[in-house]
Design a protein around this ligand. Structure first.
Ligand SMILES: *[C@@H]1O[C@H](CO)[C@@H](O)[C@H](O)[C@H]1NC(C)=O
Ligand SMILES: *[C@@H]1O[C@H](CO)[C@@H](O)[C@H](O)[C@H]1NC(C)=O
Ligand SMILES: *[C@@H]1O[C@H](CO)[C@@H](O)[C@H](O)[C@H]1NC(C)=O
Ligand SMILES: *[C@@H]1O[C@H](CO)[C@@H](O)[C@H](O)[C@H]1NC(C)=O
Length: 416
């Protein structure tokens, strides 16, 4: 009887101990979960007993994993960068890339996803590709404004028009301008003719081509972004400002400089402007260009500037480079940049001079319409050269009030 009582007591204690261990494990587990950067939930007594929800979408899970590497949970529940871990895993990140076959099993509908998603997901963890062509002299004299233009090999005419118009390197209005074109590889995989010798020749001729050894595709534009930021950090870090945009836009570089020169105190730290889109989220219609399946990403998009073109300070460029190591690649490059800004605690600023959806048709042939805007999309190579000549013609006086003012005046009259 005595020994029986002892056994019961020991058993009881063991059960109690197990229960306590269970609680400790569950609490520490729930701290590591649900770290979606867009829905940071605080632990409340209600969620204490509930198993923390982990988003079933792959991107969100990968971001959780990155957060576990880069962030420490402080005693008060807030998070701080874990510098030592961050540095070692950054070094890991520069190791050769391997195909990630986990995705074929971890994403339930992987096999039925459009091909471009399968391609993207298989290499999502990989962000280091060798530079095939460098432009080592572009920033030998630090530019005031670096223009980084996303292009693909066949678009020679666009690059040439940009060189001859808004992207001309040298001194403009007292400021040094430098231009680089960002290229991946356009080859037989996507049925491109072999233009590699032409690109080599062009690079030797102009010294403004940056080309990396990866497949140039829409979903790899985010790679272009992070590879450019790496290059910027190592080769052009003293540029004051960076404009990054497409090769089918017209940029009024003079107006851009006027805007930057207008600050009484130079905005060299937190400047990021463009055509900002807020309150957006992933499209769920399968045949759209911007379609994102629910198994890939869930949540809202942070405010982001349309990829046609945006302007930021060099200092912010360096911080974007660092933070990008902590943000999982996303198939849409401008949304990705918005995610990085959000991580930095910043919101891009909307500037009305960025016309990524063009201006009214009746003003498109009016030289005056271009004097005060910063960017307009889309424009052909010939348009670029024509509009640039309008902007630089001192005799092309503007007698017609710019669009917005006429509208404003009409509205004011109506109100009276
Ligand atoms: C949590 O602690 C850190 C460092 O001790 C502090 O910087 C942070 O402001 C604290 N956060 C809150 C929400 O109290
Ligand atoms: C770095 O890579 C090694 C070997 O693949 C791995 O064991 C280690 O956990 C990685 N470190 C980080 C911080 O990711
Ligand atoms: C991106 O580039 C890599 C390297 O060339 C390639 O393996 C992958 O399929 C590309 N992804 C997409 C979505 O095209
Ligand atoms: C310069 O600042 C003034 C006053 O804020 C503003 O009206 C003007 O549009 C600015 N000019 C440019 C080029 O941004």
């Amino acid at each position: 009887m005595n020994s029986n009582w002892k056994t019961t007591k020991v058993l009881g204690l063991m059960i109690l101990a197990n229960f306590l261990i269970y609680i400790v494990v569950e609490v520490s587990r729930s701290y590591g979960q649900g770290r979606d950067i867009y829905s940071r939930r605080k632990l409340t007594p209600k969620t204490f007993w509930k198993k923390q929800e982990v988003s079933p979408a792959f991107w969100n899970r990968e971001q959780d994993r990155l957060d576990d590497i880069y962030y420490l949970t402080l005693a008060n529940g807030s998070k701080a960068p874990n510098r030592l871990q961050g540095i070692t895993s950054w070094l890991n990140g520069t190791s050769p890339c391997k195909l990630d076959v986990r995705v074929t099993t971890e994403i339930e509908d992987f096999k039925s996803l459009p091909q471009r998603f399968q391609d993207f997901l298989l290499y999502m963890g990989c962000r280091s590709y060798p530079l095939i062509t460098d432009a080592p002299n572009v920033c030998s004299e630090p530019p005031y404004l670096l223009l980084a233009v996303k292009s693909i090999a066949p678009h020679f005419d666009r690059r040439q028009a940009i060189r001859e118009s808004w992207g001309r390197t040298g001194i403009l209005d007292g400021r040094r301008i430098a231009t680089v074109f960002l290229l991946g590889k356009a080859d037989a995989t996507d049925h491109f003719p072999d233009l590699s010798e032409m690109v080599k020749h062009e690079a030797a001729l102009y010294g403004d081509i940056l080309q990396w050894d990866y497949r140039d595709s829409f979903f790899n534009l985010t790679l272009k972004e992070v590879l450019f930021l790496e290059w910027f950090g190592t080769h052009c870090a003293s540029a004051k400002y960076v404009f990054k945009g497409d090769d089918d836009v017209f940029v009024n570089t003079r107006q851009l400089l006027a805007y930057l020169g207008n600050f009484s105190v130079p905005k060299t730290k937190d400047l990021f402007i463009g055509d900002v889109i807020s309150n957006a989220g992933p499209h769920r219609t399968r045949n759209l260009k911007y379609y994102i399946p629910e198994s890939v990403f869930r949540g809202a998009y942070p405010p982001y500037a349309g990829g046609g073109g945006y302007l930021y300070s060099g200092n912010l460029g360096l911080r974007l480079r660092t933070i990008s190591h902590m943000v999982t690649l996303y198939p849409i490059d401008d949304v990705y940049t918005g995610m990085c800004l959000k991580r930095l605690g910043l919101v891009p600023e909307k500037h009305m001079g960025f016309k990524t959806f063009d201006i009214e048709e009746k003003h498109r042939e009016n030289p005056c319409a271009y004097k005060t805007l910063i960017l307009v999309h889309p424009r052909s190579p010939q348009d670029m050269i024509k509009i640039w000549s309008w902007i630089n013609d001192p005799k092309a006086k503007c007698y017609i009030a710019p669009t917005q003012d006429t509208k404003g005046a009409k509205r004011r009259r109506k109100n009276k």
